[in-house]
Ligand binder design. Sequence first.
Ligand SMILES: Nc1ncnc2c1ncn2[C@@H]1O[C@H](COP(=O)(O)OP(=O)(O)OP(=O)(O)O)[C@@H](O)[C@H]1O
Ligand SMILES: [Mg+2]
Length: 252
Amino acid sequence: MKRVIGIMSGKGGVGKTTISVNLALAMHRLGEDVMVVDADLRNPSLGLHLGVFDYDLTLHDVLEKDMPLIEALYIHPTGLKFVPSHVSLHYLNIEPSKMLKAFSDVYATTIIDSPPGLGDDALAVMQTCDEAIVVTTPHLPDVAGALRTIEVAKAMGVRIMGIILNSVKGKGYEVTAAELEAVSGVRVLQTIPWDSEIPKSISLKTPVIEHNQVASSSIAFYEMASKITGLNYDKPNLIGLRRFMKTLSKIV
Ligand SMILES: Nc1ncnc2c1ncn2[C@@H]1O[C@H](COP(=O)(O)OP(=O)(O)OP(=O)(O)O)[C@@H](O)[C@H]1O
Ligand SMILES: [Mg+2]
């Protein structure tokens, strides 16, 4: 039985899917046996990030037909193992309560991309996880949502591995990592800068760490993957020069 790690948030749009995909791929590249699962049953988007839209079987089928999770496992060209959800509105009323059983015999470290909030679908993910990572941006409404999620996770007995502070611009009006740790009592596992390479990579349907290895966000994803797995990550050397060469090649 391996670790099941939920990527959770109070508010939507804070970066859970982006983080799930890139964190899982970074873990895979460091040598971890890992898979990423789209458990946002009502608004799935993992497949969109990976450029794959049409599947025979998904997590919806696993839950609806009591199938083993492995039946809906795919391997992306990057080597990343993933379980998608159907984008079709036909699956809107799927019952999330069967999730615990579906994940009971996973054989690889599992990253679950959760829906936001504290609805039955998000609570089903929380119930399924051994550990949760809570994502927020440095903006007050998102932080308030994260604090609510942390309280519920604690009440449900889920170990909180840490907070990811995403889309940080370093502006004076942002909540800082130290402030977040002080109010939540939870450590900030990783800060990820706001990085235009992320929306660019999503439009290319490619994880940012595949699109640009030296992007500031890519380095943060690898650092986080190393902290979670204990596997070694050596930052690429000459990062500044490599970024310069990338810009130069675009211009030329
Ligand atoms: N570090 C970042 N820098 C720049 N843009 C980012 C960053 N992280 C996420 N984004 C952008 O934020 C948007 C929302 O990201 P994402 O879909 O991963 O959030 P989410 O929490 O999964 O949303 P939902 O709750 O709707 O599932 C995306 O368009 C993505 O491009
Ligand atoms: Mg999402």
